[in-house]
Ligand binder design. Structure first.
Ligand code: EPU
Length: 429
């Protein structure tokens, strides 16, 4: 186990390049099994979740060739396994995309019931309802979900909940079904559009991605394609929040500003200046900050993944801010850790009251999931003194070269072995 040691009271300044989107990449990689030809994915982020996904694909029999730092050539060839490796799959929730892609390609899939970051209950009933509507038979045995279909047939599916995972999974399976599928009340996140673009480049016929209704005409054959992953709007938003919270000035490069509108608006509401250019966003937090309320919603609303970093920004902004988490029940794991650093936050159900304008003090803290880890790093950058952020493996799942990028912005951050945490973790076994 490792931890990050962060010396506080840093004002971030400079330029940071944003990597490819994690949540796109972890769906695009399983989508590559839909073809038997070579697919090429460019701009993949160098993060653990992508490395785990590559391991799963190799174990399934995919041949993978690296081209340069961020490009992979994936050739499924005559890959025929329908059960991804349990040990790897249980490490990441997004491996549930193999349900849709393997079901589409082979009419069968066996995938463990997903775990993932602890954000409260995360059912997959909408995925299963969709597969059933396409004609798949589903059996859940010994922690495995077994799906099979002699034939997938297009259907009209109305999702009860707006779900990124269910929308992508059904786009995958329905692309290979016979006839037309209409998906209603779907997620509209840019990652959905990215996956639809990749599938369409492979020969699928998906229209309406990015709106509430997606129409898919199933096709029999998928071909090879080359696709560049969109920039990671959550990584970009994290650096934007960090710039404002540390009262710095940071140019965030290689972004699609349209994907960041809710974040840009929220940062402006807190008093920081945000300048938007075609591929860069500059956040200037050197002026006074002020309290602002924040509510998370599916895209184009403010993303739940940036609620923890947003909470740190509001901790730095004088006044009382109210946060309402509308997407996940239990996404306040970071609060107790922030309180250990001196934050004044009270959680009541889905609402958190943040008394801002407090100078945090460095402390030993533990990341409980990816985005709470990002929040703790930003808090540590603003705090007086040194913080030790444990369980950094959560952060490594989704932030490409975090220390290098922050160091280039003037942060004092380094990685070291976490003997205390390893001892505790070892003891728990
Ligand atoms: N939901 C259901 N039933 C379902 C599916 C979802 O009730 O069948 C509920 C969930 O419990 C949740 C809401 O619907 O309350 C939205 O969940 P969604 O399915 O959209 O989430 P997800 O696909 O499992 C993705 C991201 C998460 C991000 C959420 C919300 C990936 C791989 N993961 O998860 O990303 O928080 O959407 O935007 O795309 C992260 O990057 O740190 C992360 C956790």
């Amino acid at each position: 186990m490792e931890k990050l040691i962060v010396k506080g009271k840093t004002t971030l300044s400079g330029r940071v390049k944003i990597s490819g989107s994690k949540n796109s990449a972890v769906a695009l990689l399983p989508a590559a099994v839909m073809t038997s030809e070579t697919a090429c994915l460019e701009n993949l982020p160098d993060i653990t979740d992508v490395r785990t996904m590559i391991g799963i694909l190799e174990n399934l029999g995919m041949s993978i060739r690296r081209r340069g730092r961020d490009t992979l050539e994936l050739t499924p060839g005559n890959l025929s396994k329908i059960a991804p490796c349990y040990e790897l799959v249980k490490k990441m929730r997004a491996s549930y995309y193999f349900m849709g892609s393997l079901l589409g390609r082979f009419g069968q899939a066996e995938v463990p019931i997903p775990g993932g970051c602890d954000l409260g209950p995360r059912p997959i009933d909408q995925h299963l309802k969709g597969f059933t509507a396409l004609g798949a038979e589903i059996n859940i045995e010994h922690g495995m979900i077994k799906l099979s279909a002699a034939k997938l047939t297009g259907a009209r599916i109305y999702f009860d909940v707006v779900s990124i995972g269910a929308t992508i999974n059904l786009m995958l399976a329905a692309s290979a079904a016979e006839g037309r599928t209409v998906l209603e009340n779907v997620a509209k996140e840019p990652e959905i559009v990215d996956v639809a673009n990749f599938l369409n480049a492979m020969g699928a016929s998906i229209r309406g991605a990015g709106t509430d209704v997606i129409r898919i005409d199933g096709v029999k054959r998928f071909k090879g394609a080359t696709h560049a992953v969109i920039p990671d709007r959550i990584e970009a938003g994290t650096y934007m929040m960090a710039a404002a919270a540390t009262r710095g000035r940071v140019v965030v490069e290689d972004v699609i500003p349209k994907h960041l509108e809710a974040i840009t608006a929220k940062i402006r509401e807190t008093g920081a200046a945000v300048e938007v250019e075609p591929e860069t966003i500059t956040v200037d937090g050197t002026g006074p900050l002020k309290a602002s309320d924040l509510k998370t919603f599916p895209y184009p609303g403010f993303p739940t993944d940036l609620q923890p970093p947003g909470m740190v920004l509001l901790t730095a902004a004088p006044g009382l801010s109210v946060i309402t988490e509308n997407v996940f029940d239990g996404r306040y794991n970071h609060v107790e850790e922030l309180k250990r650093m001196g934050a004044r936050i009270k959680v009541e159900g889905r609402t958190a009251l943040v008394e801002g304008g407090v100078l945090l003090t460095g402390a030993p803290v533990t990341a409980s999931d990816l985005r709470s880890g990002a929040a703790l790093i930003i808090a540590a950058l603003t705090a007086d003194g040194e913080s030790h952020v444990s369980a950094v493996e959560h952060i490594d799942r989704g932030y490409d070269h975090l220390e290098e990028k922050l160091t280039a912005l003037g942060a004092n951050i380094y990685r070291t072995a976490d003997e205390d945490y390893s001892r505790q973790a070892g003891g728990a076994d």
